[in-house]
Design a protein around this ligand. Structure first.
Ligand code: HAM
Length: 458
């Protein structure tokens, strides 16, 4: 369609003093850029080495153990989390992003994914599949917690869930998957483990525990005093120095387990020995979510450092009652989630630096082009190379060769392909060895084969 030329007269505006002040105000307004929300972090390209390494290695461990990918929505009915995680928990009481949507429905950003997976298992009739159903996931979670190192309001988890069977070997396998994922990422981890028994065991234990805490009430911290009747188990998790002395002599849940739960737990430990997963029995480990039964565990960096002992890399356990509690059939289940940000912090700490770009993704070859014809030919050649499995780095918006060679160096390219007008006409390209500076002219038709050789793609 022909474009109509407008003949609008250019208007000249006299910039008055008042006008310039207004302009300044607009400029100032413009200068104030938006920041990300508190506790929410951007993941930058310079960190892709860490992120992709965690994504790829965790997926590969999960797949090796026969887990399939699953995902549930980020937004769910708020009530799903209240019922699953529990009313008295910090996650539900203090940390949920909860709001009414435009239909007036109470919804929440998922603080974790176990409840969503259990809901999806029921909604999608997954009990009809061969049991157990073994799934893995990765994705963002949201908790309005007080941000600090390793604690964010948007964070990411990798996790696995096994629904539809109860056997100690499942608990041990899940622990092995979580432990080996961390190990494959170069971190020495240790598993803290405990059993909190069946719901019935826990009720009996709670009577004893509350009685004990009441007798020691005056020695407890203010926060724990409030918890004595609301959520006494959480007191066991307190890091407050005042509480620690009281906790030391508190009755231990392990002494209140039924024969069945005790035998089950022993079997889990035997399998862990078989798998050579190092663990420490921690009688006060209870976890902060209400849905657990029997086995509970957390993973920590294996270090003397007090800080690493405070923030778990991940955690999980058995939750045999959850699916039924959400309206499904009786479906025993277990799972774990690892905090990806915390794993990356540990990777950085342990100087497991992988470089900014992981080796398998590193563009060893950079494609530089000159002039309009060079750019056009580069577009089609790069696509041709991609289709044959050869990935190259490029910045097609750049015109100068010098600038492109500098970029190639920054990307640690071993070779740069140079394509200018002359090469377009001759049907050739120049291949420059970035270390020696030696250049070679080759036919474009032979480029793919040559690059595959340079990149050692067989
Ligand atoms: P969780 O212990 O609440 O368990 O979270 C698991 C891991 O997520 C933590 O150990 C930590 O690494 C990471 N994480 C939690 N909150 C934050 C935060 N605010 N910032 C950074 N990282 C965080 C669960 O979420 C359960 N769904 C685990 C599970 C799966 N149980 C059975 N299946």
């Amino acid at each position: 369609m022909p474009v109509k030329k407008t003949t609008k007269k250019a208007t000249t505006t006299k910039v008055t003093k008042k006008g310039s002040a207004a302009k300044k105000a607009v400029d100032n307004k413009k200068a104030k850029a938006y920041e990300s929300l508190r506790g929410m972090k951007d993941i930058l390209p310079k960190h892709e080495g860490y992120w992709l390494d965690v994504f790829h290695k965790s997926e590969s461990v999960a797949r090796a153990y026969g887990y399939q990918y699953m995902q549930a929505p980020i937004l769910e009915q708020a009530q799903l989390f209240v019922r699953s995680i529990g009313k008295g928990t910090d996650v539900v009481n203090k940390e949920m992003y909860i709001f009414e949507d435009r239909d007036g429905k109470k919804v929440a950003l998922r603080p974790e994914l176990t409840a969503g997976i259990a809901r999806a298992y029921i909604s999608n009739g997954m009990h009809n599949l061969p049991q157990p159903v073994k799934v893995w996931y990765q994705g963002p979670m949201f908790r309005h917690d007080r941000p600090q190192a390793g604690r964010y309001r948007q964070f990411h988890q990798f996790g696995c869930e096994v629904l539809g069977d109860r056997d100690p070997v499942i608990d041990a396998e899940l622990i092995a998957v979580s432990y080996n994922t961390i190990k494959d990422l170069g971190i020495d981890a240790v598993v803290h483990i405990n059993s909190i028994g069946s719901l019935e065991d826990r009720q009996n234990y709670l009577v004893e525990l509350v009685g004990y805490f009441r007798s020691k009430r005056s020695y407890l911290s203010d926060e724990s005093k409030k918890r004595v009747s609301k959520n006494p188990l959480r007191i066991l998790d307190s890091k407050d120095g005042q509480d620690l002395e009281v906790i030391q002599d508190a009755p231990q849940i392990i002494d209140w387990l039924s024969q069945d739960s005790k035998a089950y737990f022993m079997k889990v430990l035997e399998y862990l020995d078989e798998l050579q997963v190092p663990y420490v029995l921690v009688p006060t480990l209870v976890r902060g979510l209400d849905y657990y039964t029997d086995t509970v565990f957390e993973l920590f960096v294996d270090s003397e450092d007090a800080l690493s002992a405070q923030s778990a890399l991940g955690g999980g356990g058995r939750y045999d009652g959850l699916v039924e509690q959400l309206g499904g059939r009786l479906t025993p289940a277990a799972g774990f989630s690892l905090g990806i940000e915390r794993i990356i912090l540990a990777m950085k700490d342990q100087k497991q630096k992988l470089g900014d770009v992981p080796a398998e993704k590193k563009p060893h070859i950079f494609f530089a082009q000159l002039g309009e014809q060079g750019r056009r030919r580069a577009l089609s050649l790069i696509e041709q190379l991609r289709k044959s499995g050869v990935f190259v780095g490029s910045h097609l918006s750049k015109n100068s060769l010098k600038g492109q060679l500098e970029l190639a160096n920054k990307q640690h390219a071993t070779h740069t392909i140079i394509l200018g007008q002359k090469e377009v006409q001759d049907g050739t390209v120049i291949i420059r060895d970035m270390d020696s500076g030696i250049q070679e002219i080759i036919d474009q038709k032979k480029l793919e084969k040559k690059l595959k050789k340079l990149l050692e793609i067989v």
